[in-house]
Design a protein around this ligand. Sequence first.
Ligand code: G3I
Length: 365
Amino acid sequence: MNFKLLIACCGFLCGACVVAPATAQTDSPGKGLKDYYKNYFPIGVAVSPGSLKRPDASALILREFNSITPENAMKMGPIHPKENEYYWKDADSIVAFAQRNGLKVRGHNLCWHEQTPDWLFKNADGKLVDKETLLKRLKDHITTVVNRYKGKIYAWDVVNEAIDDDSTKFLRNSLWYQICGEDFIIKAFEYAHAADPKAVLFYNDYNTERPEKRDRVYRLLKKLNDAGVPVDAVGLQAHWSIYEPTQGELKAAIEKFASLGLKIQVTELDMSVYPWEKNMRTKKPGENDTYTPELQAKQMAQYKMVFDVFRQYKKVITGVTFWNISDRETWLDDYPVPGRKNYPLLFDTNLQRKKAYWEVVRGDF
Ligand code: G3I
């Protein structure tokens, strides 16, 4: 294959060379995912305040993406560490970066069972709070955070991962559920809508393409829809792998949720090179974690398939966001297997475009 050496010299990446397959040689050096998909939907990425301060990472973000999501900075624990104390610095820095560069921002997230602050579920005596107290705390949190970013954040992941991992159960038995029952979900959306009626409000979850999870998420969303709860959209987190979902599973999930009249976004896309595992485990003796040509080929095929489907459903898909920027730093390193490297994204550890990138942008646009 003859390669044309494509010199991409950006402000911060001056002199960096990107070697692209011949098929991409006609593209301008500064063209990124957002440009290829400008007639489809915004392409986003989850970021940390630190990544925005690194010249190479921020240059890649600005070349490739037109939307960002705070990976952790806006979660309850990081942004509201004490009942009467908010920590705005990190979240503000991300929103300010977006404002300076004309990027959209997805707020993530207003109500989750993980990364909650220690004070949230407890009284002064250390006992669990009652439903009224917890809902008032939730209302104060959502009202304060959503109001602060009104007009700067267009969409919020309001409730995250409320469906149980056990397919024989419905809602996750979180402290939210134990104390409030289903009402915490309804109230979270009502509080968010009251704070910013223009914001697009998402229910966000993972494994939504597996029929047993898909159907339980659908059951929740239909119940909320029928009750007139202001849920506008569903976030398919898309923490996928080279082994799942199939094209059929993906299409079925999109069509099922769209049948409720909901908009859909892919909110946390990455493509692990290992099968899905939920629980932490130790690395098996001799377990290999190199990015082999076979894994690369499978990842190319899987990324091509999912983006072909996304483009087919552009009428209902209103955004696709990757979870983390590159293989240099992914939440899937050491999770759930400490010491194991993963390669789930379109940019390698040197922030260069992988072959899977060209499968995503070389389509019937
Ligand atoms: O900031 C603290 C730091 O002060 C401390 O020294 C360090 C060691 O304890 O922890 C740091 O916090 C970590 C945080 O990431 C920021 O790096 C937390 O321990 C760690 O648990 C947290 O992990 C995040 C995880 O959500 C929490 O469950 C991942 O970065 C983040 O990518 C991941 O994202 C979630 C989405 O929000 C929801 N969907 C699933 C997705 C993957 O789990």
